[in-house]
Design a protein around this ligand. Structure first.
Ligand code: FAD
Length: 322
């Protein structure tokens, strides 16, 4: 059954986000011949539109007004609502924007939003989604009783299509900025060096078992051995609460959700609240001196031992491979 799908795109510094490309890719698989369109709001949206076409979109709605650049619920919801005629499915990234936009849009449309999905598929023409529940310890499948279907989707849940260089399509305007009940007074960007843990293909995380902030030096050395352009350092909440590592790097239920190709958990017990942030990793390797540690239940490979003894050899081995 054909479906018309709208992806609410995100972009920064004239680059469409990788997650937007992934959502467009999955939309082309789900549409079964229906239309795949993308909405791009804010500064330079028109410049970004070709990237959406190359990722597989057939139509791109744009408005370059700088007033849209900072996400504002009232204005974004009003703009997106204006292009929903005939739309069956709306896919949005599980990002700061998506977390706010999806439920608001669902309330205005009288439909439901499934948040934080790790899969969106078509079963005999019916859209079904999968989302983690119980802190990531189980997966729940949902179907929808209302339309349009709205889902926010985790980064890296889907593969983007290979970019179709030079692809083009139809461009249409999103409406002018509407009035808003709120104004954005300022914006502070958290200081962070290197790759964001949410984007890095490899995340190396440390926990309370490191014994102190100096233990993170070893964790950083392992990340550096993988390459600063590939690996980022994360931490458990216990380590962040102790002030050993910045809260911006916390992985878990109350931290960031990461879905890297490789997650290395060093001296982390693997509490369910931590696993909620990393269980979507393609592979988990754990280093822990307790053979009964919960993290080994989730790890593909486990090394039982003191991290101080294990890490130097591991770092050398990684350097030899890189
Ligand atoms: C509402 C709520 C939200 C939460 N949100 C989060 C969250 O977002 N993220 C998060 O991480 N936690 C979160 N927590 C906390 C969570 O329950 C755990 O307390 C926390 O994850 C434990 O961190 P840890 O594994 O670093 O420490 P511990 O549980 O103390 O584990 C340390 C591990 O290190 C091992 N170890 C010790 N020494 C060594 C050594 N020398 N070499 C190798 N291994 C060693 C130990 O065997 C142990 O397994 C939350 C809790 C609640 C209640």
């Amino acid at each position: 059954m054909t479906k018309n799908i709208l992806v609410v795109g995100e972009h920064a510094d004239s680059e469409m986000t990788a997650t937007t490309a992934e959502l467009i890719g999955q939309s082309t698989r789900l549409a079964e011949g229906g239309a795949v369109s993308v909405a791009l709001l804010g500064c330079c949206a028109t410049d970004v539109a070709p990237q959406a076409f190359e990722a597989g979109a057939g139509k791109v709605f744009v408005n370059d007004d700088d007033g849209y650049t900072e996400y504002n619920s009232d204005q974004w919801v009003t703009a997106i609502e204006s292009i929903l005629e005939g739309i069956d499915v709306i896919l949005i990234a599980q990002s700061t924007v998506g977390r706010d936009l999806a439920p608001r849009l669902a309330a205005r449309q009288g439909t439901a939003a499934a948040m934080d999905c790790v899969d969106v598929r078509s079963d005999s023409g019916e859209i079904r989604v999968t989302r983690p529940c119980y802190g990531g310890n189980a997966l729940a499948d949902y179907s929808f009783a209302t339309s349009p279907v709205i889902a926010t989707v985790r980064a890296k849940a889907f593969e983007a299509l290979a970019p179709q260089s030079g692809a083009s399509g139809e461009t249409a305007d999103l409406p002018a900025l509407s009035d808003s009940r709120t104004t954005i007074e300022g914006r502070e960007v958290a200081e962070a060096e290197g790759l964001a843990i949410t984007d890095a293909p490899i995340v190396v995380s440390g926990g309370r078992g490191l014994g102190g902030p100096e233990g993170f030096g070893d964790v950083e050395n392992l990340a550096a051995a993988f390459g600063s352009n590939r690996a980022a350092v994360g931490a458990s909440r216990a380590a962040c609460d102790l002030g050993w590592y910045p809260v911006s790097q916390q992985v878990g239920l109350t931290g960031k959700v990461v879905t890297p190709d490789l997650y290395v958990a060093i001296a982390i017990s693997g509490a369910s609240q931590h696993m909620a942030g990393c269980s979507g990793s393609k592979m988990i390797i754990a280093i822990n001196r307790d053979p009964e540690a919960n993290i080994f239940q989730n790890a593909k490979y486990g090394i039982v031992g003191d991290y101080k003894a294990v890490l130097p050899a591991l770092i050398e081995a990684v350097k030899a491979q890189s």
